[in-house]
Write a protein that binds this ligand. Structure first.
Ligand code: ADP
Length: 226
């Protein structure tokens, strides 16, 4: 079953009277439960594409279907509602809220969803990523790997059917990266969560089932890994 379908997607950014086409006529589909890596040179449009697939932004032209629902034309509020329901997103550089503790960061999306037992649920999520002993620490008191694990716990708080990760190991040392990668793939296998990640790490990309290469805003190859 398809969970994501992108059809003839293009994106142009406009500022100060100039327009820049960063994605040009991209099409692909992703099956439920799959793992996919988006790779390509810096500036080629990967982060923009990931955000459009997740409904963080609207396409200029083309269509994005998430769980068979066309989302690219929806308002920000409607896309936010779809994201809350289906999508987990791990941002580059973690993007934790600095004034909230680890557990409070995980509780934010739970409370936005009106979840009654948000604290207990957040504790269970922190346990899953092995960080229940850091619940009351602030992001500045945590290592990069710990912050990334909090970001993963937060991304999983709505039990997403699809998880997008932008350079999930980008700022981590190799030992910590390995732990984070294991965690992501364990969640992909255990919960059947579809995993789509942007990475410049070709070893990590090779661990996914499929590699999509983007160059200069174009999809230049889409291949299964061995
Ligand atoms: P990658 O993730 O492959 O490094 P990005 O998707 O971040 O590439 O960026 C692709 C291009 O789009 C870059 O030239 C970048 O400067 C431009 N870009 C990204 N976001 C915006 C924006 N909000 N406004 C204008 N240009 C943008």
């Amino acid at each position: 079953m398809e969970i994501l379908k992108i059809k003839n997607l293009s994106k142009t950014f406009s500022s100060e009277g100039k327009s820049l086409k960063v994605l040009d006529n991209i099409s692909f589909t992703v099956e439920k439960g799959a793992s996919v890596a988006l790779v390509g040179p810096s500036g080629s449009g990967k982060t923009t594409l990931l955000g459009l697939c997740a409904g963080l932004d609207r396409t200029s032209t083309g269509e994005v279907y998430l769980n068979n629902e066309l989302i690219n034309h929806l308002s920000e509020d409607d896309r936010a509602a779809i994201r809350n329901q289906h999508v987990g997103f791990i941002f580059q550089n973690f993007q934790l809220l600095p004034t909230l503790t680890a557990i409070e960061n995980v509780m934010v999306p739970l409370e936005l969803r009106g979840e009654k037992n948000s604290k207990a649920t957040a504790e269970a999520l922190l346990e899953k990523v092995g960080l229940n002993n850091r619940a009351d620490h602030y992001p500045s008191q945590l290592s990069g790997g710990e912050q990334q694990r909090i970001a993963i716990a937060r991304a999983f708080s709505n039990n997403p059917s699809i998880l997008f990760a932008d350079e999930p190991t980008g700022n981590l040392d190799s030992e910590t990266s390995e732990k984070i990668v294991k965690l992501l793939f364990d969640l992909n296998k255990e919960a059947g969560t579809t995993l789509i990640m942007v990475t410049h790490d070709l070893e990590l990309a090779a661990k996914t089932q499929r590699i999509i290469r983007i160059k200069g805003g174009n999809l230049i190859s889409d291949e299964k890994t061995a």
